[in-house]
Design a protein around this ligand. Structure first.
Ligand code: GLA
Length: 379
């Protein structure tokens, strides 16, 4: 082939090969994943109970859709190489039918390597076969986790493209979640391999220090996210018990400002009213799910005090006043930093309360490790 022709072929293959889930994830995916609470000890019964709880607690009504099985479901391959679940999952198709009957969607997990992170069977050299199996079961979401000690950008491009194509070939819309801990600046190429979301960091833990380090470090990645393709700072720890209520409120507020996927990681069958309120506050979820799909960013910082902003489709600006210090402090947002000249109305999204009209700036007392989350609208 002539050089020019080669380029035409390469370029047109990008144009004619859309991502497996191009129309999926128009807003950041919302759901639940088994890992943060159950680790590899997940089973059919727990997944069903979680689906029931997602409906009963109002989480489904609030917008949560995906029930994702993480690592630990896999058994062995049969003589033809078809991957079977282990005995904790007697019938994946029946499980998917059950989850679908609740108006929810089911997700699954695999790895492009020979083994998953928890040592189960990976999809290496079985990509098409596994994608077919997942589609036949009725899976709607695949988290594809690198689980190898190293990997170059080109190795990752090859591996993720292979699964992207395999998913596409099934004809079933399946959200494609890349998990490789943000190595090789995945945000620069995640969309080109069909990723609807890609992890930007190592694993979260149920600790303020780790959550804050991950969340506040997302600044600068905002230009890589948008409808159909999102930065993923990892799943939620809200409700798992390792943080204070204010710290979990910070977690939720920051993830909403970041337009992050909201994948709950707690036991949905036993939640305190506070956990339910944190996970389902409609005005906070509307920040995350705003159709403009802009990821927010930091607009001011003074030591442990940070001011973040997310532009919304209606022209308003959502502002998070974050206090990373151990004492209550007053934090101010200058409206000029929001592109607002003069007066603006301010509404507190956690309190669901209009605070009035302010001129030039708004200040609030923010508790230790806490946040005040407001929506500011120019008058
Ligand atoms: C990695 C991922 C986690 C989880 C585990 C499962 O650590 O980052 O989110 O999927 O593997 O083994």
């Amino acid at each position: 082939m002539k050089k020019g022709l080669v380029w035409v072929v390469i370029i047109s293959s990008f144009i004619t090969l859309p991502a497996a889930g191009q129309n999926l994830a128009a807003t950041p995916p919302m759901g639940w994943n088994s890992w943060n609470h159950y680790g590899p000890n997940i089973d059919d019964k727990t997944v069903r109970a979680t689906a029931d709880a997602m409906v009963a607690t109002g989480m489904k009504a609030a917008g949560y859709v995906y029930i994702n099985i993480d690592d630990g479901w896999q058994g062995t391959r049969d003589a033809k190489g078809v991957l079977r679940p282990n005995d904790r999952f007697p019938d994946m198709k029946a499980l998917a039918d059950y989850v679908h009957s609740k108006g929810l969607k089911l997700g699954i997990y695999s790895s492009p390597g020979p083994k998953t992170c928890a040592g189960y069977e990976g999809s290496l050299n079985h990509e098409e076969q596994d994608a077919r199996t997942f589609a036949e079961w009725g899976m709607d979401y695949l988290k594809y986790d690198w689980c190898q000690s190293s990997g170059t950008r080109s190795e990752m491009l090859v591996a993720y493209t292979k699964m992207r194509d395999a998913l596409k070939k099934t004809g079933r819309p399946i959200v494609f979640s890349l998990c490789q801990y943000g190595w090789n600046k995945v945000w620069e190429w995640g969309e080109s391999v069909g990723g609807n979301l890609w992890r930007t960091t190592g694993d979260i833990r149920d600790e303020y220090r780790v959550m804050a380090e991950i969340g506040f470090n997302q600044n600068g990645l905002e230009k890589f996210a948008g409808p159909g393709h999102w930065n993923d700072p990892d799943m939620l720890e809200v409700g798992n018990g390792g943080m204070t209520e204010d710290e979990y409120r910070t977690h939720m507020s920051l993830w909403a400002i970041l337009a992050a996927p909201l994948i709950a990681g707690n036991d949905l069958t036993s939640m305190t009213p506070y956990t339910v309120e944190l996970l389902t506050n409609p005005e906070v979820l509307a920040v995350d799910q705003d159709p403009l799909g802009k990821q927010g960013y930091r607009i001011a910082q003074e030591g442990p005090f940070e001011v973040w902003m997310k532009p919304m489709a209606d022209g308003s600006k959502v502002v998070g006043l974050f206090n990373r210090q151990r004492t209550t402090e007053q934090i101010t947002v200058e409206f000029a930093k929001l592109g607002i000249d003069g007066e603006a109305t301010v509404r507190d999204l956690w309190l669901k309360k209009d605070l009035g009209t302010f001129k030039g700036k708004y200040s609030a007392h923010v508790p230790r490790h806490g946040v005040v989350l407001v929506r500011v609208k120019s008058k």
